[in-house]
Write a protein that binds this ligand. Structure first.
Ligand SMILES: [Zn+2]
Length: 162
């Protein structure tokens, strides 16, 4: 495997990889192949079944009890396949409001927070997600922390310790 940046050979190892590209700061992919270039420092993770991974991540985000953070709102909006304008139309707010939610300058109200979670469930029905899960959500926002492990046929999420 050659480095896409400098064409030198890359090394390969199995690592726990922080999946920052998702926009979620505390998501770790457990035991994935990471290729590194000793010459220029370029690195890339080999991530199979990315669609299933994003479904697993979305399930992890909507399953948490704390209010959604801006980064999570952006992740879920992208998962739903919507631009900021599309999302604004679906939520019945302005695009400026979406922008403030995603930048963390304004906290989403509890009703909007629950609506987004239900939109995600509608996109990809989750068997173990119930309306009762909305009963005990918290008022404060805190980022989801997940450890994601490849399993047969997909990915498995577990909540990571703080
Ligand atoms: Zn390189």
């Amino acid at each position: 495997m050659k480095c896409p940046e400098c064409n030198e050979p890359m090394t390969s190892s199995t690592e726990n990889y922080s999946y920052a590209a998702s926009g979620l700061p505390h998501v770790t992919l457990v035991g994935v192949e990471v290729r590194r270039c000793p010459a220029c420092g370029e690195h890339e993770a080999v991530i199979p079944k990315i669609e299933q991974l994003h479904k697993t991540l979305s399930r992890g985000v909507i399953g948490k009890k704390a209010r959604l953070t801006g980064a999570e709102i952006r992740f879920l909006r992208t998962y739903l396949g919507w631009s900021g304008v599309d999302f604004a139309k679906h939520m019945g707010v302005t695009a400026e409001t979406i922008s403030r939610w995603e930048n963390g300058r304004e906290q989403m109200n509890p009703v909007a927070d629950r609506l987004v979670r239900l939109m995600v469930v509608t996109k990809s029905p989750v068997a173990d997600y119930s309306l009762d899960d909305l009963l005990d959500l918290n008022d404060h926002a805190a980022p989801v922390r997940l450890r994601i492990t490849a399993k047969k046929g997909g990915w498995n999420a577990e909540t990571a310790a703080v």
